[in-house]
Each structure stands twice: as structure tokens, then as C-alpha cells.
Design a protein around this ligand. Sequence first.
Ligand code: F6P
Length: 327
Amino acid sequence: MGASIKCIGILTSGGDAPGMNVAIRAVTRAAIFNGMRVKGIYKGYKGLITGDIEEFKTNSVSNIIQRGGTILKTARSDEFRTPEGRKTAYETMLREEIDALVVIGGDGSLTGANIFAREYNIPIVGLPGTIDNDLNGTDVTIGYDTALNTIMQSVDKIRDTATSHERLFFVEVMGRNCGYLALNSAIASGAEAAIIPEISMEKDQLGELIEQGFRKSKNSSLVLVAESEITGGAMKMAERVKNEYPQYDVRVSILGHLQRGGSPTAQDRILASRMGVAAIQALLEDQRNVMIGIRENEIDYVPFQRAIKKDREISDELLEVLRILSI
Ligand code: F6P
């Protein structure tokens, strides 16, 4: 079957992530290298429905390796969630003679890919493109390292003012319902704690911090808070501390979408390049409905169903490192 794939379509979907362009470049060039044609589909699944598609040549992806965002644009398509929307998308594929798809995105995008692939028996390979690092079967996702670095640099700056004013800062970071961004950026920026959904579900993390005496021996404190309904976010934390401990001079900083932008780090560029080449290799090997993952620095094929299972566990070792180093 792999050999019969003459033309692949490539799209980016969901929240953008630094390194998506690197992945588009790698998939395009690896496909052309292996004798396939490539069609760039704009605005994710939406473009597959409306037929917003362009043939890509090797130079269509020149000079994009260093750029954040995605040249293919991205969207979250409500229409693709409906059987009618997916039928139209399939008809577009037939009309455009696209035999297989490479989908770059997070769990929502891969969930859509999984349904579509099964419904129409289409070979689809996914690449994990999200800053959230919330997919199973891969140690890291494309964009995560860049976002971590962006957060670290921002928190370094917040630390300057926190120290000068002897303040307690709650810094809110993205991650949807996953605490990896918050936990690792807390370690990387020397924060006192990370409040994350995985732990907040089990216990009152803020209450514990307060009990331990926030500042311990320090005059200023930084606490990274993962956005999520479970943690309640940084504003809620700050309100609680202000009410219960008026002696603390509390401030909140919500980093927001700046975490999603910027030039990808070397690590993300190498990861996206390897994964892009692996996606084409997977199609050549007749793989379908798999996400390309990376485990212990080796490429792995992860069935969509496992990748999107929302039960990624947080690392106890990382939690322990933060706990030890924040004394
Ligand atoms: O999934 C990536 C992500 O940045 C999440 O961390 C965040 O919750 C969400 O997307 C924000 O989405 P939007 O760009 O639609 O505001």
C-alpha cells in the first residue's frame, strides 16, 4: 500500500506551536525525496472541507525553518466534527487525488484524524505538534521545548521585579489540563513550586504551601500555576492568599499566548525534522493511524488511540527535584 501513495496532503490543526513549520518542511521534502507529490492544506481540517489547497514543491518550504507559527495557518473546525463535514473533506481528497494525510497537531487534531481515518479507510500519520506536551507515547511534543524556554526567560524577568519588591508572584502558564509546562518551567526558573492539575486533583497544593510558610527563608517567591479548571488558575490562587494572608504582597502574571510564539529552539527543530522524515517513512512502511513519538531518543509509532488517551502521568522524579531544590 505504502508504495501506492502518490500524493500526500499535509495540514496543521489546533493551537499553533513553534516547530510546526519545521515539520511542514521535513514532511514536504521527505515526501518529494521519495517520489511523492505534496499538497499543502490551509487552515487545518477547515481547508480540507473548503478545498483551500496548494501543490507544494521543495522551495515552497524554503526559509521557514526559523519561523514560529505555521505557514499553513491553523484552525479548530467545528464542521469537521460532524459526519457531513468529514464527508465533504473526503470528497475534497478524492478530487485533489490525495491518497494519505499527515496531520500536525495536538490531541483534538489527532482525535479528528483517528475518526476520519477509520470512517474512510485513509492512511493518516500524525505528528505531535503542541506546546502542552500532553500526548501519550512520546517524551516530548513539537513546540514544548521552545515554550519552556520562552516561559523560563519571562520568569527570569519577573524574578528581577519580584526580588526588588519582595513580592510573591503567581505566574500562570498554558498546558490545558497538563502540568508538564508548569512543572518543568518551575524547575528551569528556580521557582518555589508548581501548582498543577495532576496534583491539585488529589490535594490542596496551595494550602500545603501556605502551611509550610511560603517564603521559608526567602523574601520573594515565584509559583508557577498551570492554567486549568482544576487548579483554578493564578488569579484564584492570588485571591486566596490575599484574603487569608494579607501580609503577603501578591502579584499575578498570566503569560498567555506569548508562550506559543517565537523561533523554534534547536531541540524543537531537530525533533520536528526527525518526526517529519519519520512520518513519510511510516507511510512507506504501510503504517496508518499512528502518531510519530520519540522515546529514549528513538522514533516510535504510537497508535492514535493510545496517543490521545488523556491519562499521561506526571513524573514523580520531576516533582521531587522541584521539592528538594526549593527549600
Ligand atoms: O493546546 C495549546 C493551547 O495553547 C493550550 O495550552 C491552551 O489552553 C489553548 O491552546 C489556548 O487556545 P486558544 O489559542 O484557542 O486560546
